[in-house]
Design a protein around this ligand. Structure first.
Ligand code: FES
Ligand code: FE2
Length: 359
């Protein structure tokens, strides 16, 4: 099993798993989620061992799942406990389906496809902080995990893919818009801290009509809930195996963090749980909602470009692709994922690098 298979991935939110079974897929394994007798979350392979019908089409009765086709019943460990049309001389049913380890932490359900998970799931960064508020949204990318992680970790695209939110680099005005990035490897992944002006352009486009998000940020700054923009620090993180986080940091007490936690469904589909956490005083819930709104206003543009990229790469391959200086974080991301997957991460010294590029 690869290192990825032993990781925890988000399968659903607590709310989604109730009286009815739901279907999910992680790393190419279709699974059904439901609640067992004491309300615990159960994840079983979504294929009835009788004639292969998805168990997720069935019903949950007293903590067991009953197949829709002929009513075979499976308990929380995946053991078949009833075959309705068995004969009088048949012994106890022998069929079983694979059961996957699950965790329900806060309002999030995690599943590991290996029976021997590595560690515990990574929690939300501000989950335990008093006064922090959060909200979330889910988006599907029709592409494998890596291009999606690259999209979230990519400083070069926002001005082109999201021109209404971020101003694109102007070749005539290169002077004064040199951005710096400090890339460093960490025990849990990568951290890239951007200097201004890249840091500044995220909450505040340099030209054009300010968005509701920017106007709200200014109002929050004016009211003293967020320190002025010059105190703003911005960094992005890769957290193994599949999370990208964007940190907007004003002080240890005031920050907001966007997490993009990717669940690799299969080679052509990635489910992303986006969490928006804010810790800025009484207006935290408002800021979390604004962050969500701002991201949902542009995320379809990311989905569309990553979809086109996946289609083209499937047709023409990736031979001969080139990189620019601003692709530094992406190159480090590729290398980090390879080393994580092969179990090499942490065995050698952690590296770092500074790059400069025009924004
Ligand atoms: S296919 Fe499931 S009970 Fe027959
Ligand atoms: Fe984007």
């Amino acid at each position: 099993m690869s290192a990825m298979a032993r990781c925890w991935f988000i399968a659903a939110s607590s709310r989604e798993v109730g009286a009815r079974p739901i279907a999910r897929e992680i790393l190419g394994r279709p699974m059904v989620l439901f609640r067992g007798v004491s309300g615990e979350v159960v994840a079983l392979a979504d294929r009835c061992p009788h004639r292969g019908v998805p168990l997720s089409l069935g019903t949950v009765e007293r903590g067991a799942i009953v197949c829709r086709y002929h009513g075979w019943r499976f308990d929380a460990r995946g053991a078949c406990v009833d075959v309705p049309c068995a004969g009088p001389d048949d012994g106890p049913p022998r069929a079983r389906v694979a059961a996957y380890p699950t965790r329900e932490l806060g309002d999030t359900i995690y599943v590991c496809v290996d029976g021997n998970p590595a560690g515990e799931p990574t929690r939300w960064p501000l989950e335990e902080h008093p006064g922090a508020a959060s909200c979330q949204a889910v988006v599907h990318f029709p592409a494998g995990l890596e291009p999606v992680l690259h999209n979230f970790f990519d400083p070069g695209h926002p001005g082109f893919v999201h021109p209404q939110a971020v101003q694109r680099p102007d070749p005539e005005k290169h002077k004064g818009s040199l951005s710096r990035a400090h890339i460093e490897e960490t025990p849990t992944g990568l951290r890239v801290e951007y200097s201004r002006p890249y840091a500044r352009q995220l909450p505040r486009p340099r030209r054009g009509r300010p968005s509701l998000f920017v106007l709200s940020l200014r109002a929050l700054m004016a009211a003293g809930h967020i320190p002025p923009a010059k105190k703003h620090r911005y960094w992005e993180e890769l957290v193994f195996p599949s999370t990208i986080r964007a940190h907007h940091h004003f002080s240890d007490e005031r920050q907001f963090i966007q997490s993009f936690v990717c669940t690799p469904e299969n080679e052509k589909s990635t489910r992303v749980t986006m969490r928006f956490e804010a810790r800025v005083g009484p207006t935290s819930p408002l800021l979390a909602l604004l962050l969500r709104r701002r991201t949902l206003a542009v995320i379809d543009q990311d989905v569309a470009i990553v979809k086109s990229q996946a289609e083209a790469l499937a047709r023409y391959g990736d031979e001969g692709l080139m990189a620019a200086t601003a692709d530094g974080p992406n190159a480090w991301l590729t290398r980090a994922l390879r080393r994580f997957e092969s179990g090499e991460w942490g065995r050698s010294e952690l590296g770092s690098k500074d790059i400069e590029f025009w924004m």
